[in-house]
Design a protein around this ligand. Structure first.
Ligand SMILES: C[S@@+](CC[C@H](N)C(=O)[O-])C[C@H]1O[C@@H](n2cnc3c(N)ncnc32)[C@H](O)[C@@H]1O
Length: 336
């Protein structure tokens, strides 16, 4: 019954699971058929011809099997897809990725300048804030944070310290100079953000001096056992869209290390990780999920994580029938 409700929810969220699944099944079926039958027939134009014929036969058989009542119901269930995603997580080879965007998840930035600052300054006046960004890529996230904080709270004193393992990324971030493609790859980027963040120089977008002076970049590895000694603790820590690209055990170590960077009262921004692990480790570290527009932020994260359940970095549909869904889909956590 729970599975049926989950399936309905998945369908309501606009995913055409049936279509995706059918295609995946076709591929698996063809692959198995070709592996078993074709070696004997391979070689030369004749081999090619019989391969094509076999493909067609296999497709016909598969289409028939797929229509059988039990099978078609099964491949349309969310339960199957959850299992399929677990297989993707278990079997896919991870690869590093440098993709980033300015103001990548706009609603999460609203949360930064609203409920997150309210939480941090709850017990008194504003103090100077230290923000740490791990896995900063070419700097779009770190400069976006500085730009949003400066625009929303002009009197706030803050510094942003951003780190990556890739020297090329750090050099590019320090240059503070971006191409049109790098800036406009986010279709949600509002024009007032562009005008308050960049100056235009020779067809490039250059970060304004007053934002740039608040941000510094350096090399650091989230898996380094001496990370805390290197970067210190902070009021706000970002660790977004790279933990999912690490092997499971490394991701676990990374999250534990990141939790060690939080001040006694602090906020953690963490999107793009294995959700089961996120639930477990945020609870273990006594972090409280921030409930600000969780669904909207999750949707914005999903724009960059298509391909669930077949791709390990695919973004799971928002399903409130999942246990602990508020913690599961939250991307901002408070240490109180
Ligand atoms: C996909 S980008 C995300 C950039 C930015 N956080 C965002 O959300 O737009 C991930 C970055 O994390 C970096 N990275 C990967 N493993 C890392 C590690 N162990 N420590 C620090 N950075 C890492 C990669 O080099 C890459 O530039």
């Amino acid at each position: 019954m729970r599975f049926l409700t989950m399936f309905r929810r998945g369908r309501d969220s606009g995913c055409n699971y049936g279509l995706i699944l059918s295609r995946a099944h076709s591929r698996i079926f063809f692959f198995i058929t070709l592996q078993i039958i074709l070696p004997a027939k391979s070689g030369g134009p004749e081999g090619m011809k019989s391969r094509e014929m076999l493909k067609q036969h296999a497709h016909k058989i598969y289409t028939g099997v797929k229509r059988l009542p039990g099978i078609s119901a099964l491949i349309n269930t969310t339960a199957w897809q959850i299992l399929r995603f677990k297989i993707a997580l278990l079997t896919s080879r991870r690869r590093n990725c440098h993709f980033t965007s300015f103001l990548r998840m706009p609603t999460q930035f609203e949360a930064l300048s609203g409920p997150v600052l309210d939480f941090l300054f709850k017990d008194g006046g504003m103090k100077a804030l230290k923000v740490t960004v791990m896995g900063c890529s070419i700097g779009a996230e770190a400069y976006s944070i500085a730009s949003v904080l400066r625009s929303s709270h002009p009197d706030l004193a803050f510094t942003v310290h951003a780190y990556d393992i890739d020297k090329g990324c750090i050099d590019k971030a320090r240059s503070a100079r971006y191409t049109t493609e790098e800036v406009l790859n986010n279709e949600m980027l509002p024009s007032d953000f562009i005008s308050s963040t960049f100056d235009r120089e020779d067809g490039h977008y250059v970060i304004k001096g007053e934002i740039r002076e608040r941000v510094q970049f350096d090399l650091a590895d989230v898996l380094d056992l001496n990370l805390k000694e290197q970067v210190g603790t902070s009021d706000i820590v970002y660790a977004q869209h790279f933990l999912i690209h690490l092997e499971r055990e490394q991701a676990r170590k990374g999250i534990e290390n990141i939790c060690g960077l939080l001040n006694p009262r602090a906020a953690l921004f963490i999107s793009g990780t294995v959700l089961d692990m996120l639930v477990k480790l945020t609870r273990k570290n006594n972090l409280i999920p921030c409930d600000y527009n969780v669904e909207e932020i999750h949707k914005e994260a999903g724009v960059y994580g298509r391909g669930w359940p077949y791709i390990y970095f695919g973004c799971e549909p928002f399903m409130t029938v999942r246990k602990d869904w508020q913690r599961r889909y939250a991307t901002i956590f408070f240490r109180i």
